[in-house]
Design a protein around this ligand. Structure first.
Ligand SMILES: Cc1cc2nc3c(=O)[nH]c(=O)nc-3n(C[C@H](O)[C@H](O)[C@H](O)COP(=O)(O)OP(=O)(O)OC[C@H]3O[C@@H](n4cnc5c(N)ncnc54)[C@H](O)[C@@H]3O)c2cc1C
Length: 419
């Protein structure tokens, strides 16, 4: 059994940010355990040309330590393309390039164990024991960075035999066959993933679908609000303000700022609108090819012969359509990982959620001896920036300060015009 100052489970952006920022802390020894053997950032959604929704300066490290070697700018420099990057003048960085940046960080860190699945975490005699499919580790500081899971609504008929190639989540889109010729494809959900998949389908050049339905229960396709003052919710001040608000105020804030997190980027919306325009008025495709089914709540999915039947409810009526392929783009949610089975009963809860302290540690029975930190699972306590990349470097810095017991990273708050 190996003893370490910290163990981090998961090497997505959250785990890698912790790895990058801890690498410059003298004497701190930790490991990051990642189940995948080949890194890809949300590979199932690496649609060519899909863009980041945040500035590349909000990378894994820069906002808390602009001199850290694992910045996006240093990645460009090491890879000898700073001049070209500046000249190319992208409004937003391509997601494929960001994935490559993350992969570069991962391979440059010397403490990431890939191809290592964490199976179980247990508490024994003042230690947390972490069992993987290869080794056992012991630590007093565990950082959970295993991300969110895709949500698929429970609308299926009990008898439905799901064919995983024709009914799947957006998180698997790029792994599936894109031969849709002669088929009807239905995209459920009007967030960023649904929009990107709908756009990709309308513009597919070969083996394109015969018909595409974009189904959403909302009353329109709404834009992500990234206007300047609303964007201040992704500044440190808002995280503090949110944490110190009452439960009632927190609920209100989550609802008020919903469109700062859940909506479609302006660029994607414009591209979709232009594609629909070209399809209808320039290419003169059949009017029935692309259909926006707004205000349609999916109630039931079942199979009739080879097709899926989607039963939906609008304000006025119940409607049925058939589809060969159904893609759920219905969001992501924090789910308690199965490796916590043995200790989750020791975590203190507030209704459905774990109680989380301001330093992202879980409030639990043995917190005086061992700390368990959660990254990207604290929207209910730390607000809308938690599932977003904007403050992930700050969150890592707070966790590192808490692990080592002093402020290695200082001045983590910044001025805000609003909060
Ligand atoms: C398609 C997409 C695009 C996004 N784009 C943006 C954006 O532009 N800007 C923004 O701010 N946010 C964006 N987000 C939201 C968020 O920033 C990302 O989801 C981000 O990847 C979250 O990072 P994470 O490290 O917390 O989780 P993840 O990226 O999900 O990483 C978790 C890691 O843990 C590993 N893991 C899981 N279980 C185990 C286990 N038992 N043992 C070992 N390893 C395990 C997984 O393999 C994975 O590598 C996007 C989300 C999606 C889905």
């Amino acid at each position: 059994m190996k003893d370490l100052d910290f163990i981090c489970i998961g090497a997505g952006p959250s785990g890698l940010s912790l790895g990058a920022l801890s690498s410059t802390v003298p004497g701190l020894k930790g490991k990051i355990l990642e189940r995948k053997s080949n890194f890809e950032w949300h590979g199932g959604m690496l649609i060519p040309d899909a863009k980041m929704q945040i500035s590349y300066l909000k990378d894994l490290v820069t906002l808390v330590d602009a001199t850290n070697p694992f910045s996006f700018v240093n990645y460009l420099s090491v890879n000898n393309r700073l001049y070209q990057f500046i000249t190319a003048n992208f409004g937003s960085v391509n997601r494929e390039e960001y994935s490559d940046y993350l992969s570069w960080v991962l391979s440059s860190l010397d403490n990431v164990e890939q191809d290592t699945l964490v199976r179980e975490v247990d508490y024994k005699n003042g230690w947390l024991e972490i069992e993987t499919d290869k080794e056992k580790y012991r630590t007093n500081n565990l950082v959970l960075s295993t991300g969110l899971s895709p949500v698929i609504p429970e609308v299926f008929d009990d008898q439905l035999k799901v064919d995983k190639n024709s009914l799947f989540s957006s998180s698997e889109y790029m792994y599936k066959s894109h031969d849709f010729s002669g088929k009807t494809v239905s995209v459920i959900g009007s967030g960023q993933s649904g929009a990107e998949i709908f756009l990709d389908l309308i513009n597919q050049k070969t083996n394109a679908p015969e018909k595409i339905n974009w189904i959403t229960e909302s009353d329109n396709i709404f834009q992500l609000d990234d206007s300047p003052f609303v964007n201040e919710i992704f500044n440190p001040g808002f995280a503090e303000y949110f944490y110190n608000s009452s439960e009632e105020e927190k609920k209100q804030l989550l609802s008020t700022y919903n469109f700062a997190n859940n909506g479609v980027s302006e660029q994607t919306l414009v591209e979709i609108y232009q594609s629909l325009y070209k399809e209808r008025y320039i290419k003169k495709e059949a009017k029935t090819r692309s259909n926006l089914l707004i205000g349609h709540t999916l109630k039931k999915v079942y199979k009739d012969n080879k097709q899926y039947v989607l039963e939906m409810r609008t304000k006025e009526e119940t409607k049925k359509i058939t589809s060969d392929v159904v893609i759920f783009c219905t969001g992501y949610k924090y789910k308690t990982p199965s490796y916590l089975e043995k200790i989750k009963c020791l975590f203190n809860r507030d209704k459905d959620n774990f109680l989380i302290n301001s330093d992202y540690s879980v409030n639990w029975k043995h917190q005086d001896e061992c700390s368990v930190y959660i990254q990207n699972g604290a929207i209910h306590t730390h607000g809308l920036s938690d599932p977003n990349l904007s403050l992930s470097s700050r969150r890592s810095a707070i966790i590192i300060n808490s692990i080592i017991g002093y402020d290695f990273y200082k001045d983590l708050n910044a001025h805000s015009f609003i909060f």
